[in-house]
Design a binder for this molecule. Structure first.
Ligand code: HEC
Ligand code: HEC
Ligand code: HEC
Ligand code: HEC
Length: 374
């Protein structure tokens, strides 16, 4: 028989267990929009304080005056394939900056054989050359997402050889209890999906493949053999899993981008940030497919994932918990090496590139989405 005290103790400890998952008040709330129809962002000020200290931008090295007519790096050095147009001074400044951003402990020899800087036999140098091209593409070709803020190697690496936030395709998991059957990649709580029972790989379908991030179908449900509407609860769960990542990567609630009465809506029923994010997923997909996957074989096997794939980027690789990486510190503009030689932007998707199902509603422009009537 339980005594009264035992019951009290039992209730108190159960209550403690129940609230252990909650965050301690005070919680800050900020409102966006008009009273009545506004949405709210909920912040934990203590998390924000930690975040702020983790997202400080490093100092920028003093600029070097480029005197016209002085020799270019491409003419002085033997094996410069990407940075040939820089002055020799700017080239050296770039080398010391990337050393600080990526290999501050190891120094130049992380990528070079001492005494022969032209040699390409250290794999990290080959990777770094591709990274330079990738960074140039981000800054010059994806202004629709990174604006004038841009990125440097530091945005992802933060002084680490390997960025803190990367992803691999997870090894296939057995269903609970080893049962046969297809569990659609669910019920194996993973950090990537907020430790929920949602699919444990919310990345491959969207950050590598371009599966639609959708819940509603706009046509009648598919009959066997017809291609029309593939929307299903299963697809919805993948959509929610990836959205969990977007929110945690940026340290924001769903309401940062959506009006929660109409998740699918654009225009006045969404925030400008939703349009920025629309470009963000397309940019991340391109970085993985055009820059990371092609150098898979350059990496030693121990750098690859459980299924032999290369490490890839997602929203967190750059954002690391901040709504803008490094809270919007614009470092890239100080480094000409990180911009591609001027050419017409080629990555802005034309309206025709918007999936047919969206064409009636989405006309994305940088930071702005317009609604057009059907
Ligand atoms: C993270 C990798 C990395 C680090 C660290 C690094 N470099 Fe480099 N370095 C490269 C890459 C990549 C190239 C080739 C650039 C190109 O093809 O445009 C290069 C080229 C060079 C060259 C031209 C050699 C030639 O003749 O072709 C010199 C000189 C050089 N680096 C000096 C340095 C110095 C000095 C340091 C340390 C302060 C350093 N690098 C640190 C990646 C790195
Ligand atoms: C969008 C994010 C991003 C940016 C920007 C970026 N990198 Fe990387 N970098 C990665 C990822 C992802 C990897 C793969 C990590 C792995 O090997 O596990 C990587 C790997 C590397 C490696 C190999 C490290 C190793 O030990 O295997 C080097 C070297 C490197 N990057 C240099 C650079 C340089 C130099 C720049 C700037 C010109 C740069 N990166 C910019 C994401 C980025
Ligand atoms: C940083 C902005 C951003 C955040 C934060 C965000 N979303 Fe999204 N969401 C988008 C964008 C952009 C799309 C459309 C992606 C595309 O079409 O490629 C989308 C699509 C969706 C859809 C599919 C709508 C349809 O058309 O069927 C749902 C549902 C959704 N989000 C729910 C959520 C939930 C729930 C959260 C919070 C856990 C969330 N989102 C957080 C930007 C965001
Ligand atoms: C290559 C690095 C990089 C990656 C990857 C990346 N972002 Fe960004 N993002 C940036 C930069 C830089 C900015 C700042 C642009 C500016 O100053 O307006 C930014 C800005 C944003 C903003 C606007 C914030 C605001 O308040 O205006 C949103 C929303 C956003 N990113 C969402 C995403 C989402 C969602 C993903 C993944 C699907 C993603 N980003 C992936 C670099 C990145």
């Amino acid at each position: 028989m339980m005594t009264r005290t035992m019951i009290k103790l039992f209730l108190a400890s159960t209550a403690a267990l129940l609230i252990a998952g909650c965050e301690r008040p005070p919680i800050a709330v900020s409102q966006t929009g008009f009273r009545g129809t506004a949405m709210q962002q909920v912040y934990n000020p203590r998390t924000l304080a930690t975040q702020a200290s983790l997202n400080k931008a490093p100092a920028v090295a003093d600029a070097i005056v480029d005197v016209p007519g002085t020799p270019r790096a491409g003419a002085i050095y033997q094996n410069v394939q990407v940075l040939g147009d820089l002055s020799v001074g700017e080239f050296a400044r770039t080398m010391s900056a990337i050393t600080e951003w990526v290999a501050p402990q190891q120094g130049c020899n992380y990528c070079h054989i001492a005494g022969n800087f032209a040699d390409d036999s250290v794999y990290t140098k080959v990777v770094a050359r591709k990274m330079l091209q990738m960074t140039q593409k981000i800054n010059s070709g994806w202004k629709t997402h990174v604006a004038e803020t841009g990125v440097t190697c530091y945005t992802c690496h933060r002084g680490n050889n390997i960025p803190k936030e990367i992803w691999f395709a997870p090894a296939p998991q057995k269903s609970a209890g080893g049962n046969l059957g297809n569990d659609a990649g669910q019920n194996h709580p993973a950090k990537a999906s907020g430790l929920s029972s949602l699919p444990y790989d919310p990345f491959t379908p969207y950050f590598l493949d371009s599966k639609p991030i959708r819940v509603n179908g706009k046509e009648a449900l598919a009959m066997t053999g017809t291609a029309a509407n593939r929307s299903s609860i299963k697809q919805t769960e993948f959509t929610y899993a990836t959205m969990m990542h977007w929110s945690t990567a940026l340290g924001v609630n769903c309401t940062y981008c959506h009006n929660t009465q109409a998740f699918a809506a654009w225009g006045a029923n969404a925030t400008p940030q939703r349009a920025t994010a629309w470009y963000g997923i397309r940019m991340a997909r391109e970085l993985n497919n055009e820059y990371m996957v092609p150098i898979t074989n350059v990496f030693p096997a121990y750098r690859l994932g459980p299924t032999g794939d290369v490490a890839k980027a997602n929203c967190a690789t750059c954002h690391q918990g901040a709504y803008k990486p490094l809270y919007g510190a614009a470092m890239a503009k100080h480094y000409p090496a990180l911009y591609a030689p001027v050419k017409a932007p080629d990555a802005v998707p034309a309206v025709a590139a918007v999936p047919v199902a969206d064409a009636a509603t989405v006309v994305p422009a940088a930071g702005r989405v317009e609604v057009s009537a059907k």
